[in-house]
Design a protein around this ligand. Structure first.
Ligand SMILES: [Zn+2]
Length: 209
């Protein structure tokens, strides 16, 4: 019954209903007829014929790459998004290099990307530098032969890498605790759960920029 009501509506939703209306409209060009609801399984000739055709359609094995039933746009979008995320994650894990970034981040994350893209460019430079290791930290500058020592400016004990600064350096432990809730971050992957703004707040609080 509801299908007959839907057919009667001016606006149709769904590919199947749209196709059904188009077929009916095309038939009505050379024929005169009307659509009405009839009770099922009461030996009504037209209804029995429709049941037979439906059974025949159900038993038919399609030999086509197209889906036998139309799928909604939102379902298709969701599916494509899932495939894209899975392939990007695979690429992230299988691509060589990026050790520093992989230490902090499990993989691409649209929410984090949005957050980074909305940042002030100066702060963004520092945060991406901390995630990737390509920053103004002593270890990186030393590797580029711009300074004479890679040692941490705060504790003077270990090399000044992003891992040392974000996760380990004792001198900034109090600030780390106030901002991250931990005085030492044993697993750098925990940074994955922290948004980039918090990383930038930490970098600013210890005077990196
Ligand atoms: Zn240190």
């Amino acid at each position: 019954m509801s299908f007959v009501v839907m057919l009667n509506q001016w606006l149709t939703k769904g590919f199947d209903l749209e196709e059904c209306k188009a077929n009916l409209n095309s038939l009505s060009l050379a024929n005169k007829g009307q659509v009405e609801w009839v009770p099922g399984h009461k030996a009504i000739k037209g209804n029995e014929r429709a049941d037979y055709q439906a059974r025949k359609g159900y038993e038919y094995v399609p030999l086509t790459p197209d889906p036998i039933c139309g799928i909604s746009l939102s379902h298709a979008k969701r599916h494509i998004k899932k495939i894209a995320e899975s392939k990007t994650g695979l690429l992230w894990r299988n691509t060589r290099g990026m050790e520093q970034s992989k230490m902090f981040l499990k993989g691409p994350c649209p929410k984090r990307s949005n957050c980074l893209l909305n940042m002030d460019r100066g702060i963004l430079r520092w945060v991406t530098g901390l995630y990737t290791g390509h920053s103004q930290l002593n270890k990186h500058l030393y590797k580029m032969r711009l300074i004479e020592s890679p040692i941490c400016r705060f504790c003077r004990k270990e090399e000044e890498t992003a891992y040392h600064i974000i996760c380990r350096c004792d001198v900034v432990a109090r600030t780390r605790f106030l901002i991250f809730g931990k005085d030492r971050i044993l697993d750098p992957k925990l940074c994955e759960t922290v948004d980039p703004y918090t990383v930038s707040r930490f970098a600013k609080a210890i005077g990196l920029f």
